[in-house]
Design a protein around this ligand. Sequence first.
Ligand code: UDX
Length: 435
Amino acid sequence: MKISVIGCGYLGAVHAACMADLGHEVVGVDVDAAKVALLSAGTPPFFEPGLPELLRSAIASGRLSFTTDISAVREATVHFIAVGTPQLGESNAADLRYVDAAVEGLLPHLRDGDLVVGKSTVPVGTAARLAELVRSAGSGATLAWNPEFLREGFAVKDTLAPDRLVYGLAPGDSVGERLLDSVYASALALGTPKVVADFATAELVKVAANAFLATKISFINAMAEVAEATGADVTQLADAIGYDARIGRKFLNAGLGFGGGCLPKDIRGFMARAEELGVDQALSFLREVDSINLRRRGRMVDLVTEVVGGDVAGKRIAVLGLAFKPDSDDVRDSPAIDVAVRLAALGADVVATDPEALETSRRRFPDLNYVASVDDAVRGADAVALLTEWKTYRALDPTLVGSAVATRAIVDGRNCLDPVQWRAAGWLYRALGRP
Ligand code: UDX
């Protein structure tokens, strides 16, 4: 199958490389010439485990290329839209300008039998509108919506072996279904469940999944607030309720909460769309989910303040972790960087490090003090704030770190350290939702 992918960010670059790996001929199109140059050289413009190898082998096979020239899509039959839908600056709603521009850019190049496939996360109703735009242009091409559920850090695996495929199709569009089946033949052969639905259902599946995940995280973080008021331990509570198969232990890690390019803006966009549809009450709980999530960041700042004696001004705080989660260099809506910036704003002498997110952090917040290693970050620190649970941080030796700091005080924002071990090494250990 000849495929084009419009938009080569986290989603599109991974999708393009994976489709080429599966044997399809793929061209990736992006308006950013610098990004296209990097990708063409086999270098992803962001950190994603496994992607550099996949990109290089797909390019070497001759099945994958990147360009800024939209007319290159003419060779392809299936055109994936993988551009961003960020939160609008002035409201909770999603900004659809990139999706609209991508479809409009495709229109002059579409031929009879082509299929435009939306992957971006959009407000329900968008696919029907864009399908009409494609239809009225008269090329004979049609549109489908095929939401993407990949997680950063596992993007390659999630794309090559997804846990489900969702096709949103116009009524009776068997041609669209067959084309998508050819694209995903290898996943289907492995028995991947496939849900064929209408446009609205397919669009809602994506935001509903993200709303559920965000709610699960905020639920356990709400329990952490109660645990803090009672002396209970939220990590044990999560283990105990997680043994119930109906609840499950996944996404019950209490701590600094969720961030990144998806969950925060998707629940806000979902609320904004529900309001337009007159069903805002149905999603009013998501406002609470968002508030619980944001409150954890404030609590983290308060705990750091507490362990340094009530005022962070002038105190040296080692910040370990800036990415919104481990195995990513993404700092979009990162709880970690938010806490680091808040501490700095309170006058703390913040020294921050991260294994992969230093450059992305520096671009967004050039005024923070960044260092390359944990050693440099913790030297002479009055307190350590662990904000992203990178594997290397989880494995830190409390005695070694203890010999470098000025005061053995640590706040574990991700409940990823063993309190017994750290306290035994003479540390004042505090965490979110744990005594
Ligand atoms: C998410 C969805 O998982 C994915 O299906 C969708 O396609 C895009 O959005 P991603 O943003 O990559 O993926 O991250 P995810 O692994 O879901 O984590 C989101 C945030 O929740 C991170 O900040 C993470 O630290 C936090 N989180 C996750 C918790 O605080 N506790 C948990 O138990 C799990």
